[in-house]
Design a protein. Structure first.
Length: 634
Protein backbone atom coordinates (compact mmCIF):
# COMPACT_ATOMS: atom_id res chain seq x y z
CA UNK A 1 0.00 0.00 0.00
CA UNK A 2 1.40 3.42 -0.95
CA UNK A 3 1.87 6.22 1.55
CA UNK A 4 -1.01 8.17 0.03
CA UNK A 5 -3.33 5.15 0.27
CA UNK A 6 -2.47 4.69 3.95
CA UNK A 7 -3.21 8.34 4.57
CA UNK A 8 -6.56 8.18 2.81
CA UNK A 9 -7.47 5.13 4.84
CA UNK A 10 -6.76 7.04 8.03
CA UNK A 11 -8.78 10.02 6.83
CA UNK A 12 -5.92 12.47 6.96
CA UNK A 13 -6.58 15.66 5.04
CA UNK A 14 -5.93 19.34 4.51
CA UNK A 15 -8.62 21.45 6.15
CA UNK A 16 -8.94 25.24 6.14
CA UNK A 17 -10.38 27.05 9.13
CA UNK A 18 -14.05 28.08 8.81
CA UNK A 19 -14.70 31.76 8.26
CA UNK A 20 -18.17 32.30 9.63
CA UNK A 21 -17.52 36.03 10.02
CA UNK A 22 -16.32 36.18 6.39
CA UNK A 23 -13.19 38.09 7.36
CA UNK A 24 -11.00 39.20 4.45
CA UNK A 25 -7.45 37.88 4.47
CA UNK A 26 -5.08 38.61 1.58
CA UNK A 27 -1.57 37.62 0.63
CA UNK A 28 -0.05 40.41 2.72
CA UNK A 29 0.50 38.23 5.78
CA UNK A 30 2.65 40.42 8.05
CA UNK A 31 4.81 37.57 9.28
CA UNK A 32 5.66 36.36 5.78
CA UNK A 33 6.03 39.82 4.24
CA UNK A 34 8.70 40.66 6.81
CA UNK A 35 11.05 38.25 5.02
CA UNK A 36 10.13 38.90 1.37
CA UNK A 37 13.19 41.07 0.73
CA UNK A 38 15.63 38.29 1.64
CA UNK A 39 13.65 35.05 1.62
CA UNK A 40 16.56 32.58 1.45
CA UNK A 41 18.83 34.40 3.90
CA UNK A 42 15.93 35.15 6.26
CA UNK A 43 14.66 31.58 6.24
CA UNK A 44 18.13 30.17 6.88
CA UNK A 45 18.83 32.61 9.69
CA UNK A 46 15.54 32.08 11.51
CA UNK A 47 15.53 28.28 11.31
CA UNK A 48 19.17 28.09 12.38
CA UNK A 49 18.52 30.36 15.32
CA UNK A 50 15.63 28.25 16.57
CA UNK A 51 17.70 25.08 16.22
CA UNK A 52 20.60 26.57 18.18
CA UNK A 53 18.28 27.48 21.00
CA UNK A 54 16.93 23.93 21.16
CA UNK A 55 20.42 22.43 21.60
CA UNK A 56 20.62 19.17 23.54
CA UNK A 57 24.36 18.88 22.93
CA UNK A 58 26.94 20.71 20.85
CA UNK A 59 27.52 21.17 18.03
CA UNK A 60 24.01 21.60 16.68
CA UNK A 61 24.02 20.28 13.10
CA UNK A 62 21.64 21.61 10.46
CA UNK A 63 21.26 20.43 6.87
CA UNK A 64 19.53 22.14 3.94
CA UNK A 65 18.72 19.61 1.21
CA UNK A 66 16.63 19.80 -1.97
CA UNK A 67 14.25 16.88 -2.54
CA UNK A 68 12.25 15.96 -5.65
CA UNK A 69 9.02 14.32 -4.48
CA UNK A 70 6.29 12.85 -6.68
CA UNK A 71 3.18 14.94 -6.20
CA UNK A 72 1.32 11.69 -5.50
CA UNK A 73 3.39 11.33 -2.30
CA UNK A 74 2.21 14.68 -0.94
CA UNK A 75 -0.72 14.21 1.45
CA UNK A 76 -4.02 15.80 0.35
CA UNK A 77 -2.46 17.27 -2.77
CA UNK A 78 -5.87 17.38 -4.46
CA UNK A 79 -7.33 19.45 -1.61
CA UNK A 80 -4.45 21.90 -1.97
CA UNK A 81 -5.04 22.15 -5.73
CA UNK A 82 -8.73 22.85 -5.11
CA UNK A 83 -7.96 25.57 -2.55
CA UNK A 84 -5.42 27.22 -4.88
CA UNK A 85 -7.99 27.18 -7.69
CA UNK A 86 -10.58 28.85 -5.47
CA UNK A 87 -8.08 31.53 -4.45
CA UNK A 88 -7.16 32.14 -8.10
CA UNK A 89 -10.83 32.56 -9.06
CA UNK A 90 -11.26 35.07 -6.27
CA UNK A 91 -8.20 37.04 -7.39
CA UNK A 92 -9.44 37.15 -10.99
CA UNK A 93 -12.88 38.31 -9.91
CA UNK A 94 -11.33 41.12 -7.86
CA UNK A 95 -8.80 42.06 -10.53
CA UNK A 96 -6.01 41.44 -8.02
CA UNK A 97 -2.84 41.30 -10.13
CA UNK A 98 -0.65 40.17 -7.25
CA UNK A 99 -3.05 37.38 -6.34
CA UNK A 100 -3.45 36.30 -9.96
CA UNK A 101 0.32 36.07 -10.38
CA UNK A 102 0.90 34.14 -7.17
CA UNK A 103 -1.88 31.59 -7.57
CA UNK A 104 -1.21 31.07 -11.27
CA UNK A 105 2.36 30.13 -10.34
CA UNK A 106 1.09 27.90 -7.51
CA UNK A 107 -1.28 26.11 -9.90
CA UNK A 108 1.58 25.50 -12.32
CA UNK A 109 3.79 24.13 -9.55
CA UNK A 110 1.05 21.73 -8.45
CA UNK A 111 0.48 20.63 -12.06
CA UNK A 112 3.94 19.09 -12.38
CA UNK A 113 4.62 15.43 -11.79
CA UNK A 114 7.14 16.22 -9.05
CA UNK A 115 7.37 18.83 -6.37
CA UNK A 116 10.54 20.55 -5.19
CA UNK A 117 10.84 20.41 -1.40
CA UNK A 118 13.56 22.02 0.70
CA UNK A 119 14.20 19.91 3.79
CA UNK A 120 15.80 21.71 6.72
CA UNK A 121 16.68 19.19 9.40
CA UNK A 122 18.59 19.57 12.67
CA UNK A 123 20.22 17.10 15.01
CA UNK A 124 21.65 17.25 18.54
CA UNK A 125 18.57 19.26 19.50
CA UNK A 126 15.54 18.62 21.67
CA UNK A 127 13.15 19.03 18.72
CA UNK A 128 9.91 20.95 19.02
CA UNK A 129 8.59 19.57 22.28
CA UNK A 130 4.91 18.62 22.41
CA UNK A 131 2.19 17.65 22.82
CA UNK A 132 0.25 20.05 20.60
CA UNK A 133 -1.23 22.03 23.47
CA UNK A 134 -1.03 25.66 24.44
CA UNK A 135 2.29 26.42 26.07
CA UNK A 136 4.50 23.92 24.22
CA UNK A 137 7.04 24.77 21.49
CA UNK A 138 5.28 22.54 18.91
CA UNK A 139 1.97 24.32 19.44
CA UNK A 140 3.69 27.71 19.19
CA UNK A 141 5.44 26.61 15.98
CA UNK A 142 2.23 25.57 14.21
CA UNK A 143 -0.51 27.60 15.84
CA UNK A 144 1.05 30.49 17.71
CA UNK A 145 0.40 34.04 16.49
CA UNK A 146 1.89 36.92 18.41
CA UNK A 147 3.16 34.49 21.06
CA UNK A 148 6.37 32.57 21.46
CA UNK A 149 7.57 29.70 23.54
CA UNK A 150 11.05 28.55 24.45
CA UNK A 151 12.38 26.59 27.37
CA UNK A 152 14.83 29.37 28.29
CA UNK A 153 14.63 33.15 28.70
CA UNK A 154 17.95 33.43 26.88
CA UNK A 155 16.80 31.56 23.78
CA UNK A 156 17.32 33.68 20.71
CA UNK A 157 14.47 32.23 18.70
CA UNK A 158 11.14 31.43 20.22
CA UNK A 159 8.92 30.29 17.34
CA UNK A 160 7.58 33.82 17.18
CA UNK A 161 7.29 35.78 13.96
CA UNK A 162 10.53 34.24 12.64
CA UNK A 163 8.86 30.90 12.01
CA UNK A 164 7.06 32.53 9.08
CA UNK A 165 10.32 33.16 7.20
CA UNK A 166 10.31 29.78 5.43
CA UNK A 167 6.89 30.49 3.89
CA UNK A 168 8.51 33.28 1.87
CA UNK A 169 10.57 30.71 -0.10
CA UNK A 170 7.56 28.54 -0.93
CA UNK A 171 5.59 29.11 -4.13
CA UNK A 172 2.69 27.44 -2.31
CA UNK A 173 3.18 29.13 1.09
CA UNK A 174 2.92 25.63 2.48
CA UNK A 175 5.25 24.03 5.02
CA UNK A 176 5.21 20.60 6.69
CA UNK A 177 6.90 19.76 9.98
CA UNK A 178 7.94 16.56 11.71
CA UNK A 179 9.68 16.29 15.06
CA UNK A 180 10.93 13.70 17.53
CA UNK A 181 11.28 14.72 21.16
CA UNK A 182 11.74 12.98 24.50
CA UNK A 183 8.71 12.78 26.76
CA UNK A 184 9.62 14.56 30.00
CA UNK A 185 7.72 12.05 32.15
CA UNK A 186 8.64 8.75 30.55
CA UNK A 187 11.86 9.60 28.69
CA UNK A 188 10.50 7.84 25.59
CA UNK A 189 10.60 9.26 22.09
CA UNK A 190 7.49 10.98 20.79
CA UNK A 191 6.68 11.83 17.17
CA UNK A 192 4.57 14.70 15.85
CA UNK A 193 3.87 15.83 12.28
CA UNK A 194 1.64 18.47 10.78
CA UNK A 195 1.43 20.74 7.74
CA UNK A 196 0.24 24.30 7.31
CA UNK A 197 -0.79 26.42 4.30
CA UNK A 198 -1.21 30.19 4.38
CA UNK A 199 -3.18 31.35 1.31
CA UNK A 200 -6.07 33.86 1.28
CA UNK A 201 -9.61 33.69 2.58
CA UNK A 202 -11.81 31.95 0.00
CA UNK A 203 -14.96 29.94 -0.59
CA UNK A 204 -14.54 26.17 -0.84
CA UNK A 205 -16.17 23.74 -3.27
CA UNK A 206 -19.16 23.40 -0.90
CA UNK A 207 -19.65 27.19 -1.04
CA UNK A 208 -18.51 27.57 2.58
CA UNK A 209 -16.32 30.55 3.54
CA UNK A 210 -12.82 29.54 4.62
CA UNK A 211 -9.98 31.46 6.18
CA UNK A 212 -6.50 31.76 4.70
CA UNK A 213 -4.91 29.19 7.03
CA UNK A 214 -5.28 25.47 6.51
CA UNK A 215 -3.80 22.51 8.44
CA UNK A 216 -2.83 19.10 7.20
CA UNK A 217 -3.23 16.25 9.69
CA UNK A 218 -5.95 14.51 11.65
CA UNK A 219 -9.50 15.81 11.92
CA UNK A 220 -10.17 18.92 13.97
CA UNK A 221 -6.73 20.25 13.06
CA UNK A 222 -4.74 17.79 15.18
CA UNK A 223 -1.21 16.63 14.31
CA UNK A 224 -0.18 13.08 13.44
CA UNK A 225 1.46 11.13 16.27
CA UNK A 226 2.16 7.85 14.46
CA UNK A 227 5.16 8.05 12.08
CA UNK A 228 3.78 5.12 10.05
CA UNK A 229 0.93 7.38 8.91
CA UNK A 230 3.15 9.90 7.12
CA UNK A 231 5.12 9.50 3.87
CA UNK A 232 8.71 8.31 4.14
CA UNK A 233 10.19 11.70 3.24
CA UNK A 234 8.81 13.04 6.55
CA UNK A 235 10.27 10.30 8.74
CA UNK A 236 12.94 10.87 11.35
CA UNK A 237 14.26 8.64 14.15
CA UNK A 238 16.36 10.87 16.39
CA UNK A 239 15.29 13.89 18.42
CA UNK A 240 15.18 17.05 16.36
CA UNK A 241 13.00 19.02 13.98
CA UNK A 242 12.56 18.73 10.21
CA UNK A 243 11.01 21.54 8.19
CA UNK A 244 9.76 20.82 4.66
CA UNK A 245 9.19 23.79 2.36
CA UNK A 246 6.77 22.57 -0.33
CA UNK A 247 7.02 24.19 -3.74
CA UNK A 248 10.49 25.52 -2.89
CA UNK A 249 11.29 28.57 -5.00
CA UNK A 250 14.29 27.13 -6.77
CA UNK A 251 17.05 29.37 -8.14
CA UNK A 252 20.45 28.28 -9.51
CA UNK A 253 22.30 29.90 -6.62
CA UNK A 254 19.98 28.96 -3.76
CA UNK A 255 22.79 27.08 -2.01
CA UNK A 256 25.02 30.16 -1.83
CA UNK A 257 22.14 32.44 -0.87
CA UNK A 258 21.67 30.27 2.19
CA UNK A 259 25.41 29.79 2.79
CA UNK A 260 26.39 33.46 2.85
CA UNK A 261 23.65 34.20 5.37
CA UNK A 262 24.78 31.40 7.69
CA UNK A 263 28.45 32.41 7.46
CA UNK A 264 27.63 36.09 7.94
CA UNK A 265 25.32 35.63 10.91
CA UNK A 266 26.64 32.57 12.77
CA UNK A 267 30.43 32.74 12.39
CA UNK A 268 30.80 33.14 16.18
CA UNK A 269 28.71 30.06 16.95
CA UNK A 270 30.52 28.06 14.25
CA UNK A 271 33.96 29.15 15.46
CA UNK A 272 33.07 28.26 19.05
CA UNK A 273 32.02 24.77 17.95
CA UNK A 274 28.36 25.35 18.71
CA UNK A 275 26.97 24.94 15.17
CA UNK A 276 27.76 23.17 11.90
CA UNK A 277 25.91 23.38 8.58
CA UNK A 278 25.65 21.27 5.44
CA UNK A 279 23.92 22.51 2.28
CA UNK A 280 22.72 20.54 -0.74
CA UNK A 281 23.62 17.10 0.58
CA UNK A 282 27.03 18.28 1.79
CA UNK A 283 27.96 20.22 -1.34
CA UNK A 284 28.74 23.18 0.94
CA UNK A 285 29.89 22.55 4.49
CA UNK A 286 30.26 25.25 7.11
CA UNK A 287 32.41 24.36 10.10
CA UNK A 288 35.11 25.85 12.26
CA UNK A 289 37.95 24.74 10.00
CA UNK A 290 36.60 26.27 6.78
CA UNK A 291 35.19 29.59 7.97
CA UNK A 292 38.16 31.56 6.68
CA UNK A 293 38.05 30.01 3.16
CA UNK A 294 34.32 30.70 2.99
CA UNK A 295 34.84 34.35 3.91
CA UNK A 296 37.42 34.53 1.11
CA UNK A 297 35.17 32.75 -1.42
CA UNK A 298 34.59 35.15 -4.33
CA UNK A 299 31.39 33.39 -5.45
CA UNK A 300 29.90 33.59 -1.97
CA UNK A 301 30.65 37.29 -1.70
CA UNK A 302 29.26 37.88 -5.20
CA UNK A 303 25.92 36.39 -4.13
CA UNK A 304 25.94 38.59 -1.03
CA UNK A 305 26.60 41.59 -3.27
CA UNK A 306 23.75 40.63 -5.61
CA UNK A 307 21.46 40.64 -2.56
CA UNK A 308 22.81 44.04 -1.42
CA UNK A 309 24.56 42.48 1.54
CA UNK A 310 28.20 42.88 0.53
CA UNK A 311 28.92 45.41 3.29
CA UNK A 312 27.40 43.16 5.94
CA UNK A 313 29.33 40.16 4.62
CA UNK A 314 32.60 42.13 4.63
CA UNK A 315 31.88 43.37 8.14
CA UNK A 316 31.38 39.81 9.38
CA UNK A 317 34.64 38.80 7.70
CA UNK A 318 36.45 41.55 9.62
CA UNK A 319 34.64 40.65 12.83
CA UNK A 320 35.80 37.08 12.33
CA UNK A 321 39.36 38.44 12.09
CA UNK A 322 38.74 40.23 15.38
CA UNK A 323 37.52 36.97 16.90
CA UNK A 324 40.55 34.88 15.91
CA UNK A 325 43.43 37.38 15.67
CA UNK A 326 46.09 37.26 18.40
CA UNK A 327 46.46 41.02 17.89
CA UNK A 328 42.95 41.67 19.21
CA UNK A 329 42.57 43.25 22.63
CA UNK A 330 39.89 42.04 25.01
CA UNK A 331 38.22 43.45 28.12
CA UNK A 332 35.58 41.78 30.26
CA UNK A 333 33.51 44.41 32.06
CA UNK A 334 30.74 44.11 34.61
CA UNK A 335 27.57 46.15 34.04
CA UNK A 336 24.67 46.10 36.46
CA UNK A 337 21.61 44.57 34.81
CA UNK A 338 23.70 42.81 32.14
CA UNK A 339 26.40 40.98 34.03
CA UNK A 340 29.73 40.33 32.34
CA UNK A 341 30.27 41.72 28.85
CA UNK A 342 33.23 40.76 26.65
CA UNK A 343 34.45 43.58 24.40
CA UNK A 344 37.04 42.52 21.85
CA UNK A 345 38.78 45.11 19.66
CA UNK A 346 41.01 44.65 16.62
CA UNK A 347 42.92 47.73 15.46
CA UNK A 348 44.29 47.67 11.92
CA UNK A 349 44.44 49.95 8.90
CA UNK A 350 41.50 49.63 6.55
CA UNK A 351 39.01 48.29 9.10
CA UNK A 352 35.58 49.97 8.91
CA UNK A 353 35.23 51.34 12.49
CA UNK A 354 32.18 49.21 13.25
CA UNK A 355 30.79 47.52 16.35
CA UNK A 356 28.72 44.33 16.42
CA UNK A 357 26.69 42.92 19.28
CA UNK A 358 26.53 39.11 19.35
CA UNK A 359 24.05 37.01 21.29
CA UNK A 360 23.95 33.22 21.41
CA UNK A 361 26.58 33.15 18.67
CA UNK A 362 24.50 35.21 16.22
CA UNK A 363 25.12 38.74 14.93
CA UNK A 364 22.34 41.01 16.22
CA UNK A 365 23.10 44.67 15.53
CA UNK A 366 25.85 47.23 14.99
CA UNK A 367 23.95 50.11 16.58
CA UNK A 368 22.37 51.14 19.86
CA UNK A 369 20.62 54.10 18.26
CA UNK A 370 17.59 53.82 20.53
CA UNK A 371 19.92 54.27 23.49
CA UNK A 372 21.71 57.36 22.20
CA UNK A 373 24.61 55.66 20.44
CA UNK A 374 24.67 54.77 16.74
CA UNK A 375 28.39 53.93 16.77
CA UNK A 376 28.54 55.86 13.52
CA UNK A 377 31.34 58.39 14.16
CA UNK A 378 34.76 57.73 15.63
CA UNK A 379 36.79 60.89 14.92
CA UNK A 380 40.52 60.61 15.53
CA UNK A 381 40.15 56.88 16.26
CA UNK A 382 42.39 54.43 14.48
CA UNK A 383 40.66 51.93 12.17
CA UNK A 384 39.09 49.06 14.12
CA UNK A 385 36.29 46.52 14.50
CA UNK A 386 34.81 45.38 17.79
CA UNK A 387 32.81 42.38 19.00
CA UNK A 388 30.53 42.78 22.02
CA UNK A 389 29.27 39.56 23.64
CA UNK A 390 27.15 39.19 26.80
CA UNK A 391 28.59 36.30 28.79
CA UNK A 392 25.85 35.82 31.39
CA UNK A 393 22.23 34.73 31.12
CA UNK A 394 21.16 38.03 32.66
CA UNK A 395 22.55 40.01 29.75
CA UNK A 396 21.44 37.58 27.04
CA UNK A 397 17.90 37.55 28.43
CA UNK A 398 17.63 41.36 28.48
CA UNK A 399 18.96 41.76 24.96
CA UNK A 400 16.56 39.10 23.72
CA UNK A 401 13.62 41.02 25.20
CA UNK A 402 14.75 44.19 23.42
CA UNK A 403 15.11 42.61 19.97
CA UNK A 404 12.78 43.35 17.08
CA UNK A 405 11.11 40.41 15.25
CA UNK A 406 13.96 40.14 12.73
CA UNK A 407 16.58 40.12 15.50
CA UNK A 408 18.57 42.98 13.96
CA UNK A 409 17.77 45.91 16.25
CA UNK A 410 17.20 46.73 19.95
CA UNK A 411 14.70 49.04 21.59
CA UNK A 412 13.34 49.38 25.14
CA UNK A 413 9.98 50.46 23.70
CA UNK A 414 9.23 46.77 23.20
CA UNK A 415 8.79 46.41 26.96
CA UNK A 416 5.21 47.11 28.07
CA UNK A 417 6.09 48.18 31.63
CA UNK A 418 7.31 51.78 31.95
CA UNK A 419 9.56 51.09 34.91
CA UNK A 420 11.24 48.22 33.07
CA UNK A 421 11.59 50.38 29.96
CA UNK A 422 13.34 53.10 31.92
CA UNK A 423 15.57 50.59 33.67
CA UNK A 424 16.50 48.94 30.35
CA UNK A 425 17.32 52.32 28.81
CA UNK A 426 19.61 53.16 31.71
CA UNK A 427 21.39 49.80 31.51
CA UNK A 428 21.84 49.91 27.73
CA UNK A 429 23.10 53.49 27.82
CA UNK A 430 25.76 52.39 30.29
CA UNK A 431 26.63 49.57 27.91
CA UNK A 432 26.91 52.03 25.01
CA UNK A 433 29.23 54.31 26.99
CA UNK A 434 31.33 51.37 28.15
CA UNK A 435 31.72 50.07 24.60
CA UNK A 436 32.84 53.45 23.30
CA UNK A 437 35.20 54.03 26.23
CA UNK A 438 36.78 50.61 25.76
CA UNK A 439 37.25 51.12 22.02
CA UNK A 440 38.62 54.60 22.71
CA UNK A 441 41.21 53.23 25.11
CA UNK A 442 42.68 51.08 22.33
CA UNK A 443 42.19 53.26 19.27
CA UNK A 444 42.28 56.96 20.11
CA UNK A 445 45.59 58.72 19.46
CA UNK A 446 47.16 59.77 22.76
CA UNK A 447 49.55 62.63 23.45
CA UNK A 448 51.30 61.47 26.59
CA UNK A 449 54.18 63.91 26.56
CA UNK A 450 55.43 66.96 24.73
CA UNK A 451 58.85 68.22 23.84
CA UNK A 452 60.05 71.48 22.39
CA UNK A 453 60.40 71.54 18.63
CA UNK A 454 63.95 72.88 19.18
CA UNK A 455 64.89 69.60 20.89
CA UNK A 456 64.02 67.75 17.68
CA UNK A 457 65.69 70.24 15.33
CA UNK A 458 68.66 67.93 14.75
CA UNK A 459 66.38 65.44 13.04
CA UNK A 460 64.91 67.92 10.56
CA UNK A 461 66.46 69.88 7.71
CA UNK A 462 64.22 72.88 8.20
CA UNK A 463 65.09 75.62 10.66
CA UNK A 464 61.90 76.35 12.55
CA UNK A 465 63.17 79.81 13.45
CA UNK A 466 63.73 81.07 9.92
CA UNK A 467 61.10 82.89 7.87
CA UNK A 468 59.64 80.86 5.01
CA UNK A 469 61.19 81.59 1.64
CA UNK A 470 59.07 83.03 -1.13
CA UNK A 471 56.72 80.36 -2.41
CA UNK A 472 56.94 78.26 0.76
CA UNK A 473 53.61 77.48 2.33
CA UNK A 474 52.32 75.51 5.28
CA UNK A 475 48.76 75.53 3.97
CA UNK A 476 48.95 71.82 3.20
CA UNK A 477 49.68 70.94 6.84
CA UNK A 478 46.60 71.21 9.11
CA UNK A 479 48.80 71.09 12.22
CA UNK A 480 50.81 74.16 11.23
CA UNK A 481 50.63 77.49 13.02
CA UNK A 482 52.48 80.28 11.24
CA UNK A 483 53.86 82.85 13.62
CA UNK A 484 57.20 84.30 12.38
CA UNK A 485 56.27 86.22 9.21
CA UNK A 486 57.01 89.82 8.19
CA UNK A 487 54.60 92.11 10.06
CA UNK A 488 52.10 94.31 8.31
CA UNK A 489 51.63 97.96 9.10
CA UNK A 490 49.07 98.59 11.82
CA UNK A 491 45.84 100.30 10.86
CA UNK A 492 44.39 103.26 12.77
CA UNK A 493 47.21 103.06 15.25
CA UNK A 494 45.89 99.80 16.70
CA UNK A 495 48.54 97.57 18.24
CA UNK A 496 47.74 93.90 17.83
CA UNK A 497 49.80 91.03 16.58
CA UNK A 498 49.31 87.42 15.61
CA UNK A 499 52.16 85.82 17.52
CA UNK A 500 54.38 88.61 16.23
CA UNK A 501 53.13 88.31 12.68
CA UNK A 502 51.57 91.72 12.12
CA UNK A 503 50.66 94.94 13.90
CA UNK A 504 47.23 95.58 12.41
CA UNK A 505 43.75 94.22 12.75
CA UNK A 506 43.53 93.26 9.09
CA UNK A 507 40.43 93.42 6.94
CA UNK A 508 37.03 94.42 8.24
CA UNK A 509 34.53 91.92 9.64
CA UNK A 510 33.77 88.87 7.52
CA UNK A 511 30.70 86.70 7.81
CA UNK A 512 30.16 83.00 8.32
CA UNK A 513 26.96 80.99 8.15
CA UNK A 514 26.47 79.11 11.39
CA UNK A 515 23.54 77.64 13.27
CA UNK A 516 22.22 81.09 13.97
CA UNK A 517 22.47 82.45 10.43
CA UNK A 518 25.08 85.03 9.36
CA UNK A 519 27.28 86.35 12.15
CA UNK A 520 30.25 88.72 12.13
CA UNK A 521 33.64 87.10 12.03
CA UNK A 522 35.69 87.78 15.19
CA UNK A 523 38.33 90.53 15.09
CA UNK A 524 40.34 92.36 17.67
CA UNK A 525 38.47 95.42 19.03
CA UNK A 526 39.66 98.80 17.78
CA UNK A 527 40.20 101.84 19.95
CA UNK A 528 42.62 102.79 22.72
CA UNK A 529 43.97 99.89 24.72
CA UNK A 530 47.00 99.06 26.83
CA UNK A 531 47.10 95.54 25.36
CA UNK A 532 50.42 94.71 23.75
CA UNK A 533 51.14 92.29 20.93
CA UNK A 534 53.34 89.38 21.94
CA UNK A 535 55.43 86.74 20.26
CA UNK A 536 54.50 83.23 21.47
CA UNK A 537 56.98 80.42 21.92
CA UNK A 538 56.69 76.89 20.54
CA UNK A 539 53.13 77.07 19.21
CA UNK A 540 51.69 73.78 17.96
CA UNK A 541 48.29 72.25 17.37
CA UNK A 542 46.68 68.86 16.74
CA UNK A 543 43.20 67.79 15.72
CA UNK A 544 40.83 67.53 18.66
CA UNK A 545 38.86 64.48 19.68
CA UNK A 546 35.61 65.93 18.25
CA UNK A 547 36.97 65.93 14.70
CA UNK A 548 37.32 68.83 12.24
CA UNK A 549 35.34 71.23 14.44
CA UNK A 550 37.89 71.02 17.22
CA UNK A 551 41.59 71.66 17.74
CA UNK A 552 44.03 71.31 20.63
CA UNK A 553 46.51 74.21 20.74
CA UNK A 554 49.76 74.28 22.74
CA UNK A 555 51.52 77.59 23.38
CA UNK A 556 53.91 79.35 25.76
CA UNK A 557 53.75 83.09 26.50
CA UNK A 558 56.86 85.05 27.50
CA UNK A 559 54.63 87.37 29.56
CA UNK A 560 51.85 86.89 32.04
CA UNK A 561 48.45 88.53 31.91
CA UNK A 562 45.02 88.37 30.35
CA UNK A 563 45.30 87.47 26.68
CA UNK A 564 42.77 87.84 23.89
CA UNK A 565 43.18 85.41 21.01
CA UNK A 566 41.63 85.42 17.55
CA UNK A 567 42.17 82.29 15.43
CA UNK A 568 42.34 82.61 11.65
CA UNK A 569 42.67 80.38 8.60
CA UNK A 570 45.62 81.69 6.51
CA UNK A 571 45.03 82.43 2.83
CA UNK A 572 47.21 83.45 -0.08
CA UNK A 573 46.41 87.17 0.24
CA UNK A 574 44.56 87.49 3.51
CA UNK A 575 43.38 85.35 6.40
CA UNK A 576 39.85 84.34 7.28
CA UNK A 577 38.82 84.57 10.93
CA UNK A 578 37.42 81.38 12.45
CA UNK A 579 34.44 81.62 14.79
CA UNK A 580 35.33 79.98 18.11
CA UNK A 581 32.38 78.74 20.19
CA UNK A 582 34.24 77.24 23.14
CA UNK A 583 37.73 77.11 24.63
CA UNK A 584 38.82 75.19 27.70
CA UNK A 585 39.56 77.18 30.87
CA UNK A 586 38.65 80.37 29.01
CA UNK A 587 35.76 82.62 28.14
CA UNK A 588 34.65 83.18 24.56
CA UNK A 589 32.90 86.39 23.47
CA UNK A 590 31.96 86.97 19.83
CA UNK A 591 34.47 84.33 18.78
CA UNK A 592 37.40 85.90 20.72
CA UNK A 593 39.10 83.77 23.37
CA UNK A 594 39.94 85.44 26.65
CA UNK A 595 42.28 83.47 28.91
CA UNK A 596 44.90 84.05 31.60
CA UNK A 597 48.50 83.21 30.70
CA UNK A 598 51.44 82.82 33.05
CA UNK A 599 54.89 83.80 31.92
CA UNK A 600 56.89 80.91 30.44
CA UNK A 601 54.24 78.37 31.40
CA UNK A 602 53.01 75.82 28.84
CA UNK A 603 49.26 76.16 28.10
CA UNK A 604 46.94 73.69 26.44
CA UNK A 605 43.66 74.97 24.94
CA UNK A 606 40.90 72.72 23.59
CA UNK A 607 39.05 74.87 21.07
CA UNK A 608 35.78 74.24 19.24
CA UNK A 609 34.83 76.03 16.01
CA UNK A 610 31.38 76.86 14.69
CA UNK A 611 32.30 75.17 11.41
CA UNK A 612 34.46 72.24 10.41
CA UNK A 613 38.01 73.24 9.46
CA UNK A 614 41.01 70.99 8.76
CA UNK A 615 43.65 73.50 7.61
CA UNK A 616 46.53 75.35 9.33
CA UNK A 617 45.96 78.15 11.86
CA UNK A 618 47.12 81.72 12.46
CA UNK A 619 46.81 83.33 15.90
CA UNK A 620 46.25 86.99 16.70
CA UNK A 621 47.26 87.57 20.32
CA UNK A 622 47.29 90.68 22.52
CA UNK A 623 47.90 90.66 26.26
CA UNK A 624 47.11 92.97 29.16
CA UNK A 625 50.25 92.65 31.30
CA UNK A 626 49.69 91.57 34.89
CA UNK A 627 49.10 94.53 37.17
CA UNK A 628 47.86 96.85 34.40
CA UNK A 629 44.10 97.51 34.29
CA UNK A 630 42.30 97.17 31.02
CA UNK A 631 41.48 100.47 29.32
CA UNK A 632 39.54 99.72 26.19
CA UNK A 633 37.24 101.78 24.07
CA UNK A 634 35.19 99.27 22.13
Amino acid sequence: MSASEKLDAKELSLEFLPNDAEEEEGLGNAGIETYRDEPYAGGAREVAQNSRDAAAELPVRISFDLLEIPTSDVPSIDRLRTAVGACLDKAKLAGDDKGIGFFTQARNVLGNGTLKVLRISDSNTTGARGPSKTGTPFHSLLKGAGVSKKDSDTAGGSFGIGKNAVYAISDLQTVFYSTVYLDELTGTKRFLAQGKSVLVSHTDEADKPRRATGYWGLSKFHPVENPEMVPEWMWRDDPGLSVFVLGFRHTPDWQRRIAYSLVQNFFCAVHDGEMEFAIDHGGIKIGRLNLDPLFQDADLRKVAEQNDRAQEFDLSRNLYRCLVSPESKEDVVEIGGLGRIRIRVLVNDGLPKRVSIIRNGMVITDSLEHFGEKFARFPMYRDFVSLVVPLDDEGRALIKRLENPKHDGLSAERLPDEAKRNQAKSVMRRLARTIRDTIKSYTLAKFESEVSVDELAQYFATDVNRNPANGDSAAEDPQTIKYRIEPRKPKNGTRAARAGRRGGTGPGPRTAKGAGGETARPRMPSGRTSAQPIVLDDVRNVMGVAGPRSRRIFLTSPEGGTARIVIEAPGLSESESLMVTHASNSTVTNGIISTHLKANERVELDVEFAEAYRGPLDLQVVIEPEGEPANEDQ
